[in-house]
Design a protein. Structure first.
Length: 671
């Protein structure tokens, strides 16, 4: 390929913004990448992480060839082999496992390393192959399951506002979300609203960079968000500001929920949340008097034992105030509920019912697994209870295959490693969970070495297994056509040819978008308020405060430099991130004789990790914070914060509990 051309693509990473990008290719090499200036949400900007994406594709530690383990598991020593050797060995091992243990002994463990509907966790990658083999199903609960379940119980869907409509809002609650780090493109629409007089409140246990830019920050105690929602609604009722017509026409269970609100006066909520009563009352009064009010709540808010109830109760707020009537009013969590693709994993290929294995239960559910196949995931770096996970992965009777770009901590335990393409090297179809656009990713360059896309890997493996089912060999373009074939009105006029030509298309929703102004996608057509006693479910840390030898609640927010563990090996981003830190309030630091820069051991019964103290009033007394995303192998002591995250479930969807762990911090005399 000679000359210069511009190739339209899409960021595949686990971020609501799903940016449209433009890659400049010169003589077959990708030389620049920028955010697409024509895309209404991207507006020409990428984030600090993705700005280094081309550099990442050419990194010296990129995995380019199939490899077989040559040393003990965990050492990460491999020899290069051919694709035929790799696929022959895999085919033989899978057949033997199915014959001896049944297909359920195979666990296809897919994560959110890419959100593509072809190559990643959202859609079809590998699912038909695994069904034909009778493998266990995989419950991807690690990210948003509890919140999705809570919102679906309330509204019938986790889909809500179009985030672009925040520009029309007059009160904006950024609830448990650090917008400027995790989805910064929304901030432009918030700025548009502020220019018209909107008031912005950040509700977060940490005074984040977003909280610094808000008009007000409420430092809520982790896991008490539902109680705050009830307290704010208590003030709305005091003000007589509930929308009686909307309540009568579009909700159910109001009488019981109203009684629940009345049982949560401001003074009681202040004790639960740690927020002064006068500030709760002031915000409640503002909420009562300001239409439209928009609430942005993303995934961090629901990573505790009461996470589903928290989102369900927050979803009740615009039902009481009637904000769903108004453009710029409501709740935005994940727009993925508005995406209506045809995702046919061909469950009819299953030989019979199979077990569903839960992503965050990897440490305990691996006991009965004989093959773990990891793609789009780095569980040793990202999943709870990593000490036990390592012990399981070290088993010699566990055949582990990892499809990867880089030698992660999980790769170190693999029997076989398969080189995977990155986003500039394959086709994919995307839908953002923070906007209403579909995006097509056209490959800009040829894959380096012998890297293969996920879809091509499974096509080749199916051939090596002697499978003949035609759907296992569908091309990427055929799969994309199928995804777009649902006939849903939101896809009207959107064809694959159009997507490939234009790069992105807004789904066929009106603008502005008021999805529930005339009703909800529930069986009754009404918003369902939480039943009595189910509106606030205390978190594990809240319930056990003062009952264990671990008095500090640990939260693990997203850092500015990594995205989950993606980019955790990038030298420049690692330099900017500095070493692992744990934020400690001055009162808690003084009680333990700690100063900034002191190396400490953060620990509980599950495990421990090392970090350097940063004494800061950005966290309240009793709360400590250590950003996620660091690779354990690049961390002191070989562990990151997930070593202290226990295998527990949220109240709904079996969601993860990364912000719901009690720890102690002790001085560490070692390096």
């Amino acid at each position: 390929m000679s000359g210069e051309l511009k190739v339209l693509g899409a960021c595949p990473l686990d971020c609501p913004d799903t940016c449209s990008w433009v890659v400049t290719v010169r003589d077959g090499e990708a030389v620049t990448m920028r955010g697409n200036p024509d895309h209404p949400y991207t507006r020409g900007a990428l984030c600090v992480k993705v700005n280094r994406y081309l550099e990442q594709t050419r990194a010296a530690d990129r995995i380019l060839y199939p490899m077989r383990r040559v040393g003990p598991k965990g050492e990460g020593r491999f020899e290069r082999i051919t694709w035929d050797e790799a696929l022959d060995e895999i085919a033989a091992r899978l057949r033997a496992i199915v014959d001896e243990h049944g297909g359920e002994a195979i666990w296809p463990y897919v994560g959110t390393g890419t959100l593509g509907y072809l190559q990643g966790c959202e859609g079809l990658a590998g699912r038909r192959f695994w069904n034909a083999l009778g493998a266990s199903k995989h419950w991807l609960n690690i990210c948003s399951a509890a919140g999705t379940a809570g919102l679906t119980r309330a509204n019938g869907t986790a889909g809500g506002m179009d985030p672009e409509d925040f520009a029309l809002s007059r009160l904006i609650l950024l609830w448990g979300t650090n917008t400027l780090t995790s989805g910064h493109h929304l901030w432009k629409f918030i700025q548009d609203a502020r220019a018209d007089g909107a008031y912005v409140v950040a509700i977060d246990p940490i005074r984040t960079r977003t909280a610094d830019q808000a008009d007000e920050h409420l430092a809520i105690r982790p896991g008490t968000d539902a109680a705050l929602a009830l307290g704010l609604l208590n003030v709305v009722l005091e003000e007589g500001a509930q929308d009686d017509a909307f309540l009568a026409e579009h909700t159910q269970g109001w009488d019981g929920f109203r009684e629940e609100i009345l049982r949560h006066p401001v003074e009681r909520v202040a004790e639960i949340t740690g927020i002064p009563a006068e500030r709760i009352r002031a915000l409640g009064t503002r909420l009562a008097r300001t239409r439209p009010t928009a609430i942005r709540a993303t995934m961090g808010i629901q990573r505790h034992e009461g996470g589903g109830a928290a989102l369900r109760t927050i979803a009740a707020i615009p039902g009481v105030t009637g904000d769903w009537r108004h453009p710029g009013g409501g709740v935005a969590y994940s727009t993925s509920g508005h995406v209506h693709f045809t995702i046919d994993a061909r469950d009819d290929l299953l030989p019979g019912p199979v077990r569903t294995r839960v992503m965050t239960r990897l440490a305990s559910e691996l006991d009965t697994v004989r093959c773990l196949w990891v793609y789009g995931a780095n569980p040793v770096g990202s999943t709870s209870d990593t000490t036990r996970i390592r012990r399981q992965l070290a088993r010699e009777d566990l055949f582990t295959v990892v499809m990867e770009h880089f030698p992660t901590d999980t790769v170190d335990y693999a029997d076989l490693v398969l080189p995977a393409t990155m986003q500039t090297e394959h086709m994919d179809l995307h839908a953002g969970y923070g906007h209403l656009y579909l995006l097509w990713n056209e490959p800009a360059v040829e894959p380096p070495g012998e890297c293969l896309s996920t879809t091509e890997t499974f096509r080749r493996l199916a051939a090596h297994m002697g499978m003949t089912e035609p759907s296992l060999f569908a091309s990427d373009l055929e799969l994309a056509e199928e995804l777009l074939s649902s006939g849903h009105p939101s896809l009207e006029g959107i064809t694959l040819d159009r997507l490939r030509k234009e790069g992105w298309v807004r789904m066929s929703y009106p603008k502005p978008f008021t999805p529930f102004a005339e009703g909800f996608p529930t069986p009754s057509g009404r918003l369902r308020f939480p039943p009595a006693g189910q509106a606030y479910v205390p978190s594990y840390a809240t319930r056990n405060a003062g009952r264990t030898p671990y008095p500090l609640t640990l939260v693990t927010p997203a850092p500015h430099t990594f995205l989950n563990t993606t980019f955790g090996n990038n030298p420049e981003l690692r330099r900017r991130a500095k070493g692992p830190v744990v934020l400690v309030n001055p009162a808690d630091a003084a009680a333990r004789g700690l100063e900034s820069g002191r190396r400490v051991r953060v620990h509980n019964d599950a495990g421990a990790f090392l970090a350097d103290v940063e004494v800061s009033d950005r966290v309240a007394p009793g709360v400590v914070a250590s950003p996620k995303g660091r690779w354990p192998k690049f961390s002191p002591g070989g562990a990151n914060a997930n070593a202290v995250v226990e295998e527990r479930d949220a109240d709904m969807g079996r969601g993860a509990v990364y912000h719901d762990n009690l720890v102690e911090i002790s001085p560490c005399d070692g390096p």
